[in-house]
Design a protein. Sequence first.
Length: 293
Amino acid sequence: MRRPISEAVAPGLSSLIFIAIPVGIFIATGSIDLVGWLSLTFGTIGLVASVALVMGWSFGPQPRPRRSKSGRQRSKPVHHKGPLPELSANKQAQVRRVVRVMAQAGVFAPTPPDPALLYAGAAEMNWSIQPDVVLLALQEAEYYHPGFDPAPHLANLTLHDIQVETPAERIEEMIRDLERLSAGALVIADLQVAQEIIDPAARTVRTSATMTINGTPLTVSEEHHFKYFPIGLHQAIAAHMPAERRFAWLWVDQGAFVTALAPGTVEVMNAALKLTPNSRSCWDWIVKPSAAA
């Protein structure tokens, strides 16, 4: 992805200084010493890197293509080649335990995934086994097991990504995700989402959403980075959920996994898995029960 030119100004200018000093010495004396050559080399590398930053070039490994909501691949499917990464017996048991706890809470619907299909993804991440590893491994399972379909496990779960841009159309999809997860508790009508650019260099936009929820008007406006969704929108919609079914989320590097659960299940899951707000991974209610409408 191309980055704003402003992000490359400082490193670019520094690189030019590294280049200018030995060039000036060469013009004045007709020769460059070893330090001058090193300065010229580092300056050139820095200048190329600054241009690459703006142009969106990448020299590192690229993420694997991810399955779209419709089930179609954005590009030709990519699958793992060679032996699957191995997960220790102890961590396999932990994966089974995390899947069982989340299944009992109702995170997976209509059926929980086979934990064995998540071992390879968990092994590749090489983290302690917590809910984030299990859910991310579920997202990656098709990479290791061609033909795997996660749909039977995702009726009550969605990932709201922060690694993709969030135009108005994507925000609308997120709102409809919440409506779907509410299982009929929320009926959203007259939905309109608009965006206004606030700071082009910083890629800040203001998202405004108007709708009626179960006949009640709701308007939400929030400024956010174009690659992050407006958290306040989720909270405003979650506040309309009935007491017997509430939205919860679990934040990961890629964004937030969102689900709808019965009261008390978040606390039960966290207690069973010994998770706290200081843990790397912890379930939380989008709106605290005491603050919900």
